[in-house]
Design a binder for this molecule. Structure first.
Ligand code: GLC
Length: 533
């Protein structure tokens, strides 16, 4: 039995503002993505996910939408969006849009009307209360904001200019699901679902309990001394995942990938029951904070296999995105480690999701909070860098959103404008597509080769995964099996070379020049890796 496409696909995330600027205004756009579609196809990814490009005041760079079926002029037009869908399909690829269902922009006509009085037709489209309860917003501080027009407070899970829609109002739910249907009927293959676990909140607005936890984590979003018991991950949101799935199913096999902060048990609830009748995929963000050891990844694979068992469930392997540190920065710029990390990401069971520029080993560009464009960084501009740096937190998301580095010409070939919306990382003369293209051992060519193999080998694309026991310390190995086919992946997380007693004669891929098959053993360089049959 073969898996549905969305459980064996591979995803490349594009942050459109930073990918490619086609009209020289310093901001990336849809025509820019169109110019680079062949690049993504040749890189070997099947699905592209594009962060929001809908009409928006851009206070949170598109995660604040003011019209769900219009395109922000700086990114292009509806014709460009439809052309992007068509051209992606023409290359045999899929395209996923980013759906921000939880909240709109405060500039959305719906919110303007809703806040204007207590008895207008949209009065009940958002979450209004006479008095705030104790709930904090996700970035911290009360999420209740006063609107003098109504002498009431509205709720915003994220920032004050992102008021939450009221899904207990059937009109709101129907309207938003029709937006989803609209894009499906234009040919979109699926959606990434922004803070999907915030959609429903406790119906009676009970106060959240106290906790000693100060900093939220990926697995436990409680923080700032408050357990998020009633403001996130409510049973009605799990149910809504099923309703969302039903809408997807009206259009055939469509992908949905949820952004959920919470434990694996919570994530499973969003994926639905034993047959996966909820969202088709949910990111597993705990692994964004990986330790670079064989023990960590062995444990991770065991936990993931238990939490998302085959064949009904497919995990998403994600090591960076537009909100969190780039993996190369976590790895202190060690290219050998980056290659090994991606060897793992592209050969484990599930869906790899790679953020643009990771294929080059682009790094974060530290920038002062005070001059940040990111509204989260501006909220924390009083903080010295020291604390977040020490804790490895990304407060200023500008740092991970710098323009894609295409070549060594000015602005890294991203734009012809005198000034780009965010500065280009100064390492671009060394770290760019054009240069790595010419180097057969570059990270870019390593990822191309791995994707090529993944696309050709059903065992890598959809086979079961079994961990190999009894390997030397700091070495990780697993078998991928599909029908009568099987391949073995070996990864050396040690600086020192290793020999593994394993008989094999057929090397499909090697990471490091010294990796080789010897009689009755496989030799791996420090941070080497191999795929054998
Ligand atoms: C999600 C997005 C983030 C955005 C926030 C509010 O976490 O990934 O970029 O700021 O939701 O929509």
């Amino acid at each position: 039995m073969s898996l549905p496409w969305y459980q064996k696909t591979s995803i490349y995330q594009i942050y459109p503002r930073s990918f490619r600027d086609s009209n020289g205004d310093g901001i990336g756009d849809l025509q820019g993505i169109l110019q680079k579609l062949d690049y993504i196809r040749d890189l070997g990814f099947e699905t592209i996910w594009v962060s929001p490009f809908f009409a928006s005041p851009q206070a949170d760079f598109g995660y604040d939408i003011s019209d769900y079926t219009a395109i922000a002029p700086e990114y292009g037009s509806m014709a460009d969006a439809l052309q992007l869908i068509e051209e992606t399909h023409r290359r045999g690829m899929k395209i996923v849009f980013d759906m921000v269902m939880n909240h709109t922009s405060s500039e959305h006509a719906w919110f303007k009307e809703s806040r204007s009085s207590r008895d207008n037709p949209k009065a009940n489209w958002y979450i209004w209360r006479d008095k705030p309860n104790n709930w904090n917003s996700l970035p911290g501080g009360s999420g209740w904001h006063y609107a003098p027009e109504r002498s009431q407070y509205y709720w915003a899970s994220f920032l004050p200019f992102q008021p939450d829609l009221n899904y207990r109002n059937p009109e709101v739910k129907a309207t938003m699901l029709n937006v989803v249907r609209f894009w499906f009927s234009q040919g979109v293959d699926g959606f990434r679902l922004d803070i999907f676990n915030a959609i429903y909140k406790d119906e009676s607005f009970r106060d959240n309990p106290f906790t000693f936890q100060f900093l939220p984590t990926e697995e436990d979003p409680s923080g700032f001394f408050q357990e998020v018991k009633y403001s996130l991950n409510q049973p009605e949101s799990f149910e809504f995942a099923r309703e969302f799935r039903n809408v997807c199913d009206e259009f055939g096999a469509r992908l949905s990938v949820g952004e959920v902060s919470g434990s694996r048990t919570t994530i499973r609830k969003f994926l639905g029951g034993t047959q996966n009748d909820g969202l088709t995929l949910v990111f597993d963000f705990a692994m964004l904070n990986f330790d670079f050891t064989a023990d960590y990844f062995r444990r991770l694979l065991l936990d993931i296999e238990a939490a998302y068992p085959a064949p009904a469930f497919a995990p998403v392997y994600v090591f960076s995105n537009h909100d969190r540190r780039r993996s190369m920065s976590r790895l202190n710029g060690d290219i050998r480690k980056a290659k090994l990390l991606h060897l793992l990401q592209l050969t484990v069971r599930g869906v790899p999701c790679m953020y643009y520029g990771e294929e080059l080993g682009m790094t974060d560009l530290p920038q002062p909070f005070a001059s940040a464009l990111d509204p989260v960084a501006r909220k924390f501009k009083f903080l010295s860098r020291f604390v977040p740096d020490l804790l490895g937190l990304t407060i200023n998301r500008d740092e991970v959103r710098t323009p894609m580095q295409w070549d060594a010409t000015p602005n890294a070939g991203f734009s012809s404008a005198p000034k780009t919306w965010l500065p280009v990382n100064g390492n671009y003369p060394d770290v760019n597509v054009e240069r790595q293209d010419r180097d057969s051992r570059s990270l870019l060519n390593t990822i191309r080769a791995l994707n090529k193999l993944r696309n050709a080998e059903p065992s890598l694309r959809e086979g079961a995964l079994e961990i190999l026991d009894g390997l030397p310390a700091n070495l990780l190995g697993y078998v991928r099996k599909f029908q009568s086919e099987k391949v073995i992946v070996l990864l050396n997380f040690d600086e020192r070379e290793k020999d593994v007693r394993l008989a094999s004669s057929n090397c499909l891929f090697k990471l490091s020049p010294g990796d080789e098959i010897k009689t009755e053993a496989i030799h791996l360089d420090g941070f080497g890796g191999m795929i054998v049959k």
